[in-house]
Design a protein around this ligand. Structure first.
Ligand code: PLP
Length: 392
């Protein structure tokens, strides 16, 4: 396959990931018993592309320093790199904000639940949504309060009347916003974000906004950080991460951005999270040097989505699919081919050997949907789609 005329990076390269302790590859048979040996993993949300060379080289340079002891990030260049990225990519000036590094966004979600709510209180979420939103609330003994998204002709919107009702209930004190939204692929508009923020803040509901997918929007689709619309508001906590953008999720280093003056001390007094020294080098470099790599990655993902859409139109025309506004995850309704969730999962994972995520993971009563990770070389995507078409 030819690389684009102006591409500098080779996203077509197929890299073997077996025997690297990869969850997506080496744990697939554990989570999905019965899949064939030549399975294609399109479930876990990491990419099959090499991380940028600048990032790899930064880690190698750090390795040369030989010692990897406990690490708290004190180098101002780390924060400067994040401030620069948010400014360049989202026109968001976070100079006055505090940046709190943490061991991944999922851990942070658990921490926010314990820090900001009392046992039994409600946390509002918007299903279908990333399963860890449910887990982090339930596992910490709080109540999941669903403000279900509205669905109309392949497009999801927010039920603001319902959100207002739930926010007005004084037992609901926190909301997790997923922006861009996993799995439905919406990149919320400024108007929608303003409305979410206004409803929550007027009703004393604090907001944790999970923006881990913020960098990978489609061409011409702009992500707006929710907190940027409410400058200096101390009740909004933005979770960002280089994990999705630069394929660094295994490094487990994310960043919380906040104006809440009480959070840094509270966080550090309770959670003793040393950062991986290699992760620190990687993150700082990624946010400093890798704009061009991300631009090309976005173009490649856009093309993968076009490829997927054309394939479905031609070979599986009864599938319901719209190219998502953000992320590298396709949300596909195959219910016209197989309405039963378990049977669909079996056909795709076991019969076709394409390991996808069942829609029921994102909302218990969803059937016929799958989430498919298309952040892979086009040749792999093509093979996976041919296999799926053969079994449906
Ligand atoms: C919305 C969302 N938040 C958080 C995560 C995981 O973040 P982390 O790896 O930093 O824990 C994911 C991973 O798929 C995600 O989709």
């Amino acid at each position: 396959m030819k690389r684009g005329l102006f591409m500098h990076y080779d996203f077509n390269q197929v890299i073997t990931r077996h025997h690297t302790n990869s969850v997506k590859y080496d744990c697939a048979k554990y989570f999905c018993p019965g899949i064939p040996d030549d399975f294609i993993p399109m479930w876990v949300a990491d990419m099959d592309f090499a991380t940028p060379d600048d990032v790899k080289n930064a880690m190698i340079e750090r390795i040369k320093k030989s010692i990897f002891g406990y690490t708290y990030i004190t180098d101002p260049d780390y924060n400067a790199a994040i401030i620069g990225w948010m400014n360049r990519r989202f026109s968001w000036n976070i100079q006055k904000y505090t940046i709190i590094p943490c061991n991944g966004v999922v851990n942070a979600l658990h921490h926010f639940v314990t820090l900001m709510t009392n046992p039994g209180e409600g946390v509002i979420i918007q299903p279908p949504v990333y399963p860890q939103f449910f887990n982090s609330i339930e596992m910490e003994g709080r109540k999941v309060v669903c403000n279900n998204l509205l669905y109309n002709d392949g497009y999801y919107t927010i039920d603001f009347d319902d959100l207002e009702q739930k926010a007005q209930d004084s037992k609901n004190t926190l909301m997790f916003v997923c922006s861009p939204h996993n799995p439905v692929g919406r990149v919320w508009t400024v108007k929608e974000l303003q409305k979410i923020g206004t409803i929550c803040l007027q009703n004393n509901v604090r907001i944790v906004c999970d923006e881990v997918h913020h960098d990978l929007t489609r061409k011409n689709i702009v992500h707006t950080p929710l907190a940027s619309l409410f400058p200096d508001n101390p009740n909004i906590y933005t979770c960002t991460s280089p994990g999705k953008t630069f394929n660094l999720s295994g490094n487990n280093l994310a960043n919380i951005i906040t104006c809440d003056p009480t959070l840094p001390q509270l966080w550090s007094s309770i959670f003793h999270e040393s950062a991986s020294p290699l992760a620190v080098a990687a993150v700082q470099t990624a946010y400093s040097l890798c704009d061009g790599w991300v631009d090309e990655l976005r173009a490649y993902l856009d093309d993968n989505f076009q490829y997927l859409q054309k394939f479905l139109e031609k070979y599986l025309p009864k599938a319901q699919f719209k190219i998502p506004e953000g992320m590298y995850l396709a949300w596909i309704d195959f219910s016209s081919y197989e309405p039963d969730a378990d049977k669909l999962y079996h056909k795709l994972c076991i019969d076709a050997g394409v390991v996808v995520q069942s829609g029921s993971h994102f909302h218990s009563n969803l059937t016929g949907y799958i989430r498919m990770n298309i952040a892979c070389p086009r040749s792999v995507l093509s093979e996976a789609l041919n296999r799926i078409a053969a079994v449906l």
